[in-house]
Structure formats: structure tokens, C-alpha cells
Write a protein that binds this ligand. Structure first.
Ligand SMILES: Cc1cc2nc3c(=O)[nH]c(=O)nc-3n(C[C@H](O)[C@H](O)[C@H](O)COP(=O)(O)O)c2cc1C
Length: 146
């Protein structure tokens, strides 16, 4: 699947200990009516635990200039460290990365075990978009669209 270029997102949720978030490209639209999204998260993802605890999650679609954020959220650094220096805000208890191309806020709907990952689906409750180019991931590298 390295052959398939994707956008790059940060899937995030807020809990009692603050926000948790992970870089994720196994993210997709799922249904129009009702409006559903899906994300596939590793069973060992701390963000998955936060999503389940919060019962809601956000998907921030990264802008072309946000490669450092993608790299930072793809680590197993202590969760609070991942947010240090990152501009973000919270709406309805759901974290959003500032400057992202899109932010999709979801209420958790289904949690489906699938091998070593878990498919989470979410009903879209809020949506924000802005203009610009996306960050692209292809053949294991972050690339500009052009
Ligand atoms: C480009 C890219 C895409 C990724 N996509 C996913 C994904 O869709 N699902 C996932 O579980 N992990 C994905 N990862 C790996 C997670 O970001 C990584 O395991 C992270 O450390 C999880 O953090 P957490 O334990 O704090 O949730 C991806 C990593 C990169 C670099």
C-alpha cells in the first residue's frame, strides 16, 4: 500500500489526562446518510484508548506545511510531549490541530476488531475546512502535492 498516495491526518481525542493523538492515513469517509467516517487504529495505540474513553474523536487533515506535526504524532513519546509546541484548540471537547486543511469532529459509533487494528467509525457532528494543499504520504515519504 506504499504505492497508494494518501493524505495525512491526526486522529485525536481528549481525556482526563489531556489530549491524545496519532498520525493516521488509514482514514476514510464511509457513509453519506448518515454522514460517517472511519479510522483504523493499532490495538496498541494510546489514541485508541482515548477515543474509546471520550466516546468522540477528531480528524485533522494536515496542510502541506505540517510535516513536523505528522512526524511528532507518529512517535511513542509520552503523550503530553507530542502536543508540546503544537498549536491546537478544542471544540466540544475534541482536539483540532490549528492550521489543518480540514477538521472533522465525530461521535464514536462502532468499534470493530480487525486483526491487530481496530476500525472505529464516527458520526460527523461538526466540520471545518480551509483552502490549501494537503500533506501527502507516498512510498514511505512525506511529499508535497506538486
Ligand atoms: C504516515 C503515517 C501514517 C500512519 N497511519 C496510521 C494509521 O492509520 N493507524 C495507526 O494505528 N497508526 C498509524 N501510524 C502509526 C502511528 O502514528 C503510531 O503508531 C503512533 O505512535 C501512535 O501513537 P499513540 O500510541 O500515541 O496513539 C501511521 C504513521 C505514519 C508515519
Amino acid at each position: 500500500m506504499a504505492a497508494l498516495p494518501t493524505g495525512v491526518t491526526i486522529v485525536a481525542a481528549s481525556g482526563a489526562d489531556g489530549p491524545a493523538g496519532a498520525t493516521a492515513n488509514a482514514v476514510s469517509s464511509l457513509s453519506i446518510e448518515p454522514m460517517l467516517m472511519l479510522a483504523c487504529l493499532d490495538r496498541g495505540s494510546r489514541t485508541l484508548l482515548a477515543v474509546q474513553a471520550a466516546d468522540r474523536f477528531g480528524i485533522s487533515v494536515l496542510h502541506a506545511g505540517q510535516e513536523d506535526i505528522a512526524r511528532g504524532f507518529a512517535t511513542k513519546a509520552p503523550v503530553p510531549e507530542k502536543w508540546a509546541g503544537v498549536a491546537w484548540s478544542e471544540r466540544d471537547g475534541i482536539p483540532a490541530i490549528d492550521g489543518a486543511l480540514a477538521w472533522i469532529a465525530c461521535d464514536l459509533r462502532d468499534v470493530i476488531a480487525a486483526g491487530d487494528h481496530v476500525i472505529v467509525t464516527g458520526e460527523v457532528r461538526a466540520l471545518e475546512t480551509s483552502a490549501g494543499d494537503p500533506l501527502v504520504f507516498h512510498q514511505g515519504e512525506y511529499r508535497p502535492l506538486h
